[in-house]
Design a protein around this ligand. Structure first.
Ligand code: XIL
Length: 355
């Protein structure tokens, strides 16, 4: 009897708490004057009710985490499998959510193994052109925008990557070396031909801490404009942590805005485990710092990106349960707005305050 009462009481307390959170916590899409989106894949939408509800209630749009990457769409040479992506898009369309396509070209793990084997420049150019034509036409009118090329610039030199072997020893898609450094421009031309109505983005990481790379991206935009290469936006992935300097974030947003293009914070997450220790339990200070950093990013975006250029902010996932960061750093971390059980974190409060 005692046990049962305790369970009922604690159940009631949890219910009131959940209801209180739902009533006090505004939905992101209502709090923001620009689109807010999540990176998601269809399996969770299909299988997890809370996940689906969170997307429906909080997001204006979505990016596909993986299912619109070449490695998923074209596992074998000459084959195209759109099943997962189509499922995601049907969900988005049925619920009035904007879809951002990610990504047509990437030098690393999203390139299918068969594509990485190609060494001949004409053959590789034709394969990429054909891929972009087929995929771009398939999603024409269904996606608002595309990341056309992802992460083309080298971290150290700020030049277009020409490395074939990654730091993990794996073979990358050898774009810069085989196709020459101007391949990025041609990919944008192919994308524009495939879907003339889509907004075309160049997506990159680390602009907030790597000025050489930021300058290289800005330089590329100036060059594209001079030559009439179609480009409409810059994606700043912004995989940052609680110690990422505010000034660097502001600088990247300011410089990107000065191009006059749309600016998309495209993959936001904020790590707390800066020492990357395997087991990790955030302290109250670290949770507070994460709250402050989310608030800062939202506020800086609103302040520094002119209204007409605000494509929006996308977080790379919804809840800590689904974050890619623990797999990437081989360490525990909790970088997102919702916790393992899809409940709002203090970070979400910070983000909403900043918005
Ligand atoms: C990541 C996904 O989240 C993982 O599930 C996948 O295993 C690897 O890719 N930059 C990008 C994203 O542009 O596509 C990456 O997504 C995260 C880093």
């Amino acid at each position: 009897m005692f046990l049962k009462n305790t369970i009922i009481l604690s159940g009631l307390a949890a219910f009131i708490q959940v209801n209180a959170q739902q009533t006090v916590m505004p939905k992101l899409k209502d709090a923001a004057a620009f689109p807010v989106a999540f990176a998601i894949d269809p399996v969770r939408v299909r299988t997890n009710d809370l996940f689906r509800r969170t997307v429906l209630e909080h997001a204006d749009g979505i990016t596909a985490t993986n299912c619109m990457k070449p490695s998923r769409i074209s596992r074998q040479k000459g084959t195209f499998d759109f099943a997962e992506a189509d499922e995601l898009i049907a969900f988005a369309q049925a619920n009035g959510k904007r879809v951002h396509g990610h990504t047509l070209v990437w030098y690393i793990d999203t390139a299918p193994a068969w594509m990485k084997q190609i060494r001949d420049s004409t053959q590789l150019e034709n394969v990429l052109n054909g891929y972009i034509r087929t995929v771009g036409s398939h999603f024409k009118g269904k996606v608002a925008s595309w990341d056309v090329v992802n992460e083309a610039f080298d971290n150290k030199t700020g030049a277009i990557r020409t490395d074939s072997i990654g730091h993990n020893g794996k073979t990358n898609l050898n774009l810069g070396r085989i196709l020459g450094k101007d391949y990025v421009a041609r990919m944008f031309q192919y994308a524009h031909q495939a879907d003339p109505g889509a907004l075309l983005f160049y997506n990159e990481y680390g602009q907030e801490t790597n000025p050489a790379k930021l300058d290289a991206v800005i330089g590329m935009v100036a060059d594209f404009k001079k030559r009439g290469i179609p480009i409409h936006g810059l994606g700043l992935q912004m995989h940052i942590n609680i110690d990422t300097p505010d000034a660097g974030i502001e600088h990247a947003l300011r410089k990107s805005s000065e191009t006059g293009l749309m600016v998309h914070i495209s993959e936001l997450d904020i790590s707390m485990n800066t020492a990357k220790t395997k087991p990790f339990k955030p302290t109250a200070e670290q949770l507070e710092a994460q709250y402050r950093k989310y608030r800062f990013v939202a506020d800086a975006y609103k302040r520094l990106v002119p209204k007409a250029q605000q494509f929006g902010i996308t977080t790379w996932g919804i809840a800590d349960a689904d974050s890619w960061i623990p797999g990437f750093c081989s360490c525990e971390d909790y970088p997102l707005l919702f916790d393992q059980g899809y409940q709002p974190k203090k970070a979400l409060t910070g983000f909403v305050e900043g918005l």
